[in-house]
Design a protein around this ligand. Sequence first.
Ligand code: NOJ
Ligand code: CA
Length: 557
Amino acid sequence: MSPATHGWWRSAVTYQVYIRSFADGNGDGIGDIAGVRTRLRYLRELGVDAIWINPWYLSPMADAGYDVADYRAIEPLFGTLAEAEALISEAHEHGLRVLLDIVPNHTSDRHDWFQAALAAPPGSRERARYLFRNGRGDNGDEPPNDWRSCFTGPAWTRTTAADGTPGQWYLHLFTPEQPDLDWSNDDVRAELLAVLEFWLGRGVDGFRVDVAHGMVKAPGLPDVGYASLDLDDNAVAFVWDVFPHPHWDQEGLHEIYRSWRALSATYPEVAFVAEAEVGAIDRYARYTRPGGLQQAFNFPFIKARWDAATLRSIIDETVRAFAAVGAAPSWVLGNHDLPRVTSRHADGDATRGARRARAATLLMLGLPGGAYIYQGDELGLPECEDLPADARQDPIFHRSGGTLVGRDGCRVPLPWSGTEPPFGFNADGATSPWLPQPSTWAALTAEAQEDDPSSTLALHRAALRLRRSHPGLAGERFSWVESAPDVLHVEREVGFSVLTNLGPESVLLPTGTTVVLASGPLDGIWLPPDTTVWLPPDTTVWLSPDTTVWLSPRDAG
Ligand code: NOJ
Ligand code: CA
């Protein structure tokens, strides 16, 4: 088989380490590399194949590290380059691949390049690396076009010239502290490629590409025409949701990605996953064409309502669109930008939310392709909706004057052990975690779930173990089996079924089957609402010796 058809990424389960909230090694309240190193064993025992670490580069933290001041330096809050190198090699010793988060669309305003650009005159080589433009209107008082920041407000900030008069404007699709690079500039292309090589030389296995659909802008930076769209001025969503769009999903991106993928001549196993929100699933698949990136986060899947018809069509489209370009599909249920999956599907009932999250997880892990698990989802953590305003750090919250709640609620530091905060996130008596943890998390710590076979942690471990070992889940085979409208019935290798009941009533399990794993208690031969089961093809009880989660042979009924 050629590497194109059996790359490790095609079936890998990648765990997202949101480093500032994972584990705090030095007790300053913020997660760090030292903390991650102490928990690699946990990740290996969980059974994931890879970790993706959110940005750990030098950063003034205007957007939690997505404002990079130096791509080759580690942010001191997180540790040192030597520690980063040690983490990469220790992860490898544990059999875990390491993906970094590369942020190519913008730098920090504290990056040397941007500081030099501010000090240099209009038209200079220094300014040409970013998107500086003269303003419109009398005296250039109006922004150069109507683009809006994804974090509310205009996407342009005016500079002050050396003589104190108002100067040019620069583009920032996110905060003003995150100026956009100009990807038509050769310095920019060469530098980011060199940065990728810098980290590949240190052993990393790939990259998650931040805002992968935003780096190339339409020539001339034309207006979007927001005024004619009649949308709420303070809404963030519409910046993401308008297509076609002059700063999203431009054709020129793919040439950049081909140049990145060419690194596989030297690093054959290097994998890239695009963070691109581009509307139709076919548009996502274009990022994974031969010679391009290998995966694109499945935002339609993560954003889907808990509804059989919706999920059926998204799964169907995904499998079809990625197969059409020779790529494997991939799936994701959570990340650091969206409310936790348990709360997204709760409809006002936390127990229902938790049940659905478990069912969604078993559905996701039963599908062919790659999958991503956001830290804490394996513990079933809920969204923290009632964080005090003065604890919140997300620029979305602050820039919207608190009208948009922002993303802190899914970023609360993990509970590892013990009965009260900091729950082992750092040592007792250390500085409090950077966001407060709810006291109710005592029941959700990794320690509390460790020996409970019905826990969400145990479910993840069992599912990941079976994914690796069960022949029914090997390969990329996928087909639908006819089912009731509220039920999704997927067949993997011949006879191995993944069944999810999204309806309000229990449904009969197929006869002649034995459940190997279920996301929740079964009712004899009935599959209750909001539950997923994995059914191997024969009636023999097929168990790995320590798979003990909700096993329910059909004769139990
Ligand atoms: C997407 C990242 O996931 C998000 O956290 C960040 O704020 C933006 N890109 C800007 O870099
Ligand atoms: Ca720390």
